[in-house]
Ligand binder design. Structure first.
Ligand code: NZQ
Ligand code: ZN
Length: 391
C-alpha cells in the first residue's frame, strides 16, 4: 500500500469543436477580464485564436491578449504579462497553445498576485502566495501542463530553466480538441509523444514500484502512446490516434500513473539541455534516456525487467540483466522509429567537456544536491550520464 494525495481539479472538455465552449467555461469562472496568452503564431494561422475570441464575445467576456511565448518559455515575457495583467485589471488567464504557453500563463498568474519577484519561486527560495485562476485551450499533446501542478520557465540571462510545482496553478479547465493537433510538424508530434511516455516512465522506475492498479494504468498508457505515435508517424491526420495521444498527455502527468514521488532525473538532465541549448523538451529527453537507463538499471533491476516484459514485449528468458537491457534497447529502437534522437549529436548538439560539467553542476544544484529514485544521482553521476550520451 502507498500513501498519496491525488488532486485533479481541472474540468476537461474533450472532443471535436470543444473550443466553441471556451466562452461559457470562462464565464462560469465569474471573472471580469481575461488575458488570452498564446505562442508564436500557430493559433493565428489555424484560425483558433479567432474562434476562441468569438466564443468569448458570444459569452460577453472582455479580454486583452499577449502572444509571443516561445518553446522553453522565457521569464522576460512573464514579466511583461504580469505588468499587463495588473494594468488591465485581468482576473483570469486563458492559455491558448501548448505546454510553453500554459507554463508562461501559470507564471504570470503567480506573479500577478505576488509583490516579490516571481523568479524566486522557480529559484526555490520562496513559495507561491497565491495564483490567478487560469484555463487552457490545448494545441499539442505533450507536456501535460493542462492538468499538472507544474510550470517550467527559462530565465533569459544564463539560460537557467527551472520548474516550480504547486497545486495553486492547476488549470480550472482544459479544452482539448484533438483535431487542433493535426497541424503540428511531425517533430513536435514525436517529441510530444516522447514527453508523454517520459511522464509515466519517470513515475514507473522507482525501487518501491507502484500499486498494481497504477502499474496497469501506466503500462497500458505506455503501450497505447507507442502504438499511436507510430500511426501518427505514417498518418498525421489520423484523428483517432490524435485523440488517444491527447488524452494520454493529460493522464500521464495528472498523478494517475504513479503512487510515489517518482524518479525525474531524466527531466532534470533535460532541463539543463533546454536551458543551455534551447532544444525541444521531448527530443532532449529521448537523447539522454537510454544513457540514464543503462547507468541506473542495476539499482532498480526488477522494475526494468517488468518494463521490458510488460511494456516492450521482451521475452521473459535469460538473466534479469539481459532482459532489462533488451527492454532499454527496445525503447531506444522505438525512439529511432519515430525519428527521435538517442544521443546528443542526434539532438543536434555537441557540448564541450566544460559545458557538460556546467550542466551536471547546475542539474545537481537545482535538485539540492541529488536527484532520482531508481538510483540517487549526484553531480558526478549526472556528468557520467551526459558523457555517455555525448556521441
Ligand atoms: O508557438 P507556436 O506558434 O504555437 O508553435 C508551437 C511551438 O513552436 C508549436 N505548436 C503548438 N501547437 C501547434 C503548434 N504548431 C502547429 N500546430 C499546433 N496545433 O509547437 C511548438 C512547441 O510548443 P510547446 O508549447 O513548446 O510544446 P510542449 O507542449 O511540448 O511544451 C514544452 C514546454 O513544456 C515544459 C517543457 O520543459 C517545455 O518548456 N514542460 C512542462 C511541464 C508541465 N508544466 O507540467 C512538464 C513537462 O515535463 C515539461 O517540462
Ligand atoms: Zn516532460
Amino acid at each position: 500500500m502507498f500513501n498519496f494525495t491525488y488532486y485533479t481539479p481541472t474540468k476537461v472538455v474533450f472532443g471535436r469543436d470543444a473550443e466553441a465552449q471556451t466562452g461559457t467555461l470562462v464565464r462560469a469562472q465569474g471573472c471580469n477580464k481575461v488575458l488570452i496568452h498564446y505562442g508564436g503564431g500557430s493559433v493565428i494561422r489555424s484560425g483558433l485564436l479567432d474562434r476562441v475570441k468569438s466564443s468569448l464575445d458570444q459569452a460577453g467576456v472582455t479580454y486583452t491578449q499577449l502572444g509571443g511565448v516561445v518553446p522553453n518559455p522565457r521569464l522576460s515575457l512573464v514579466y511583461q504579462g504580469i505588468e499587463l495583467v495588473r494594468r488591465e485589471g485581468v482576473d483570469f488567464i486563458l492559455a491558448v497553445g501548448g505546454g510553453s504557453v500554459i507554463d508562461s500563463a501559470k507564471a504570470i498568474a503567480y506573479g500577478a498576485v505576488d509583490e516579490g519577484d516571481v523568479w524566486d519561486l522557480y529559484d526555490h527560495t520562496r513559495q507561491a502566495v497565491g495564483c490567478l485562476p487560469l484555463g487552457a485551450v490545448l494545441t499539442i499533446a505533450a507536456a501535460g501542463s493542462e492538468m499538472s501542478n507544474s510550470s517550467v520557465i527559462t530565465k533569459d540571462e544564463g539560460g537557467v530553466k527551472r520548474g516550480y510545482n504547486s497545486d495553486l496553478c492547476r488549470p480550472k479547465f482544459a479544452v482539448m480538441n484533438p483535431d487542433l493537433t493535426t497541424t503540428l510538424p511531425p517533430y513536435q508530434t514525436a517529441s510530444g509523444c516522447t514527453d508523454i511516455l517520459m511522464h509515466t516512465m519517470e513515475r514507473y522506475f522507482t525501487p518501491d514500484g507502484n500499486m498494481e492498479i497504477t502499474d496497469s494504468i501506466a503500462e497500458g498508457l505506455l503501450r497505447t502512446v507507442m502504438k499511436n505515435a507510430l500511426i501518427l508517424r505514417d498518418d498525421p491526420k489520423n484523428c483517432d490516434a490524435r485523440a488517444e495521444v491527447m488524452w494520454a498527455s493529460s493522464l500521464s502527468h495528472n498523478g494517475l500513473t504513479g503512487s510515489s514521488q517518482g524518479d525525474w532525473a531524466t527531466h532534470g538532465l533535460e532541463h539543463e539541455l533546454g536551458g543551455m541549448f534551447d532544444v525541444t523538451h521531448g527530443a532532449g529527453l529521448a537523447a539522454v534516456w537510454g544513457s540514464w537507463a543503462r547507468y541506473v538499471y542495476q539499482d532498480c533491476l526488477h522494475r526494468f525487467v517488468r518494463f521490458a516484459t510488460h511494456v516492450m514485449g521482451v521475452a521473459d528468458s535469460g538473466s534479469p540483466e539481459d532482459i532489462a537491457l533488451r527492454g532499454i534497447e527496445a525503447m531506444e529502437d522505438f525512439f529511432r522509429s519515430i525519428h527521435m534522437p538517442t544521443c546528443l549529436s542526434e539532438l543536434g548538439i555537441t557540448p564541450t567537456q566544460e559545458q557538460l560539467e556546467t550542466m551536471a553542476r547546475m542539474c545537481s544544484a537545482a535538485a539540492g544536491g541529488a536527484k532520482g529514485a531508481a538510483k540517487v544521482l549526484r553531480e558526478a553521476d549526472m556528468l557520467s550520464i551526459y558523457q555517455m550520451a555525448n556521441h
